[in-house]
Design a protein around this ligand. Structure first.
Ligand code: G6P
Length: 606
């Protein structure tokens, strides 16, 4: 996730407006930034790695003359955070500048074609193909708008772009596919940005672009055209009543809720992860004599899910280990044949880094999954995959958990194909289901929000509760427990449902709340037995199960039915109502869900 913005003003300079907008968008990414304006027929570009204020103190981003400009704050996905990889990107002639938010799937092919036609690339980004493509069409005599239209027709993947060209300094051309983009209409000027947060101080009149829209924005008007047909369309002007704070959170009251609802898009981005990185990790996983999955907190729960995926789909046994226990438990036995897959959203968790550092000196192979390019994990690992989830601001991990699961599923799928130990049919079926996941999560959010919000009133009064699941849902139960406990501060217990009779069941008395995670998988028939055990002791049964599972519904005091999916993917769908429950329970109890007490987003001490 990156933030883009642009402004064109009848009279005066746009530098200050762009700088303020960038600051508002900084929460969308902050590893590098840049601004470009047109002044006296020339493009001026200032960009660098670092946070916006740091770059400003080095380059003075306010010292950029010109009444038209675009700007970008970056969260790296292709190419490390560096000066050359920072946006805006320009063409060979230095007359076209582009800022982009999204991931282009076919940039490699396009880049090769363009290089064969003598275009010179400076960065390692996917974005740079866009100015070069536009340059091609401009050279053929097309106007800027037409050139952008043609270029967009060649792009596959997600994008929100803003383009300026010295040959037509009276307009900014925008285009959107799956990444957000808004136009802001103000007096004497018009603006654009990834979200309304960057616009709200100038105007509350906005136009939300839709997928497949291209827009031509001048200082006193705008026009929208469909990219596929070239036909103009009308889009309504919306008057926002949002405060600045609400706008930064996309209209949601907290970042956590925004991030929960961002998940369908985040999962779509995860599906676009470049295959060559997945292939590389798969290669290492396949080579190991033993494979450890190391992580902390929510990322550990993701590893637990991953261990079921690797085993069931790729027939690879892996050992999920809590990072702070790894050295004590396995340190002495690891060696050159050991492969360690470290999973860390931040890539900076001290427990994880210490473990992999230790393992590295014992010649183990370290590979990683992280959300932060340039983090220590990306520097230590032999190879890594980026989650593409964008920065997560809520301390409790939500969208980064489901995107980790998506990456693990993609790896398990590739490993399954490579090892060929399960049937082609099974592997294909898994792949089809994986592609449906963003849509299923979207549906789940719709189904769950209201019933869960109501339930949170009751849950907020509990003094303790159980979360039980069997098989892969054991990991979902652990994550549900972690979310609810860390945000509502209610002590909770999660256990494999089958193990609950070996101890925890003694806690149960009349009315004690027990949550079951009950997808329609092989573990279901035994889970019913566990529900019966709890019911027999007077427990109040809350179940999240499959839509249409009348048997479990009848056994439950509260039931939420979710869309069916592949059993190995159920945690991605089933965790969603529990994320919502954690959020709403915290609100009910009067706590700040974005900043739970005593916790930190990234824990850099042992
Ligand atoms: C902290 C955070 C958790 C997170 C854990 C691991 O405890 O509060 O939300 O799951 O660290 O973080 P990582 O960045 O390594 O995934």
């Amino acid at each position: 996730m990156c933030g883009i913005t642009g402004c064109i003003i009848g009279q005066g300079n746009v530098a200050k407006i762009l700088f303020n907008s960038l600051k508002r968008l900084e929460y969308r990414g902050y590893d590098s930034a840049g601004v470009s304006t047109i002044y006296q027929g020339k493009l001026i570009v200032k960009k660098d790695a670092g946070k916006i204020d740091e770059i400003h103190s080095r380059l003075d981003l306010l010292d950029l003359p010109g009444n038209i400009g675009i700007a970008h704050t970056r969260w790296a996905t292709h190419g490390a955070p560096s000066q050359v990889n920072a946006h805006p990107h320009t063409d060979c002639t230095g007359s076209i500048a582009v800022v982009h938010n999204g991931v282009l799937e076919n940039f490699m092919e396009l880049k090769q074609e363009l290089e064969a036609r003598k275009h010179v690339f400076r960065s390692k980004t996917d974005t740079e193909v866009i100015p070069h493509l536009i340059e091609e069409y401009v050279k053929m005599g097309r106007g800027l708008a037409e050139a952008v239209l043609e270029a967009c027709r060649k792009l596959r993947g997600s994008y929100a772009i803003a383009v300026i060209f010295t040959g037509e300094p009276d307009k900014i051309v925008l285009a959107r596919n799956e990444s957000p983009l808004v136009i802001g209409l103000a007096k004497g000027m018009n603006l654009t940005a990834s979200d309304a947060a960057a616009l709200i101080e100038h105007t509350n009149k906005v136009v939300f672009l839709e997928n497949g829209d291209m827009a031509i924005v001048t200082s006193n008007g705008f026009k929208i055209i469909r990219i596929d047909t070239g036909v103009p369309v009308e889009r309504k002007i919306t008057e926002l009543s949002w405060t600045l704070e609400m706008a930064t959170k996309g209209g949601y009251p907290h970042y956590m809720l925004k991030e929960i609802f961002d998940q369908p898009n985040v999962l779509r981005e995860a599906l676009r992860i470049q295959e060559r990185y997945l292939d590389l990790l798969t290669e290492f996983l396949d080579r190991g004599r033993e494979v450890f999955l190391i992580a902390s907190g929510t990322s550990y729960n993701a590893c637990l899910v991953g261990s079921y995926m690797f085993s069931k789909l790729a027939r690879l046994s892996t050992y999920p280990v809590i990072a702070s226990e790894f050295i004590e438990n396995y340190g002495s036995s690891i060696g050159v044949d050991t492969v360690i897959l470290a999973v860390s959203q931040s890539g900076e968790t001290a427990d994880v880094l210490t473990s992999i550092d230790y393992a590295r000196y014992r010649a183990a192979t370290i590979i990683g999954i992280t959300n932060v390019l340039g983090s220590t994990l990306t520097r230590i690992a032999r190879a890594y995959v980026l989650q593409n989830a964008g920065p997560e601001i809520g301390v409790a991990a939500t969208k980064t958990f489901t995107s980790q699961l998506m990456v693990l599923a993609l790896l398990a799928l590739r490993l399954a194909r490579k090892r060929g130990k399960v049937s082609q049919y099974e592997v294909d079926e898994f792949q089809d289901e994986l592609r449906r996941i963003p849509e299923l999560v979207e549906k789940t959010l719709k189904i769950s929000n209201d019933p869960v919000k109501n339930l949170a009133r009751e849950v907020a009064r509990f003094s303790s509760m159980f979360f039980l699941g069997r098989g892969i849902s054991n990991a979902t139960a652990l994550e549900a427990r972690l979310k609810i406990m860390e945000l509502s501060y209610i002590p909770c217990i999660a256990y494999p449902a089958g193990e609950s009779k070996h101890g925890p069941i003694s806690v149960v008395e009349d009315g004690y709340p027990v949550f079951f995670i009950a997808p329609n998988d092989d573990a279901r028939k035994h889970l019913i037995g566990n529900i019966m055990e709890m019911k027999a002791r007077g427990a109040k049964i809350f179940c999240v199960g499959a839509e249409g599972d009348e048997e479990i519904k009848q056994l439950s005091d509260w039931y939420l039915g979710l869309p069916s999916t592949h059993p190995l993917l159920s945690p991605i769908v089933y965790v969603v109502p529990f994320q919502l429950l954690a959020y709403y329970a915290a609100i009910e109890r009067g706590y700040d869900p974005d900043k739970p007490r005593n916790l930190a987003k990234s824990v850099t001490v042992l």
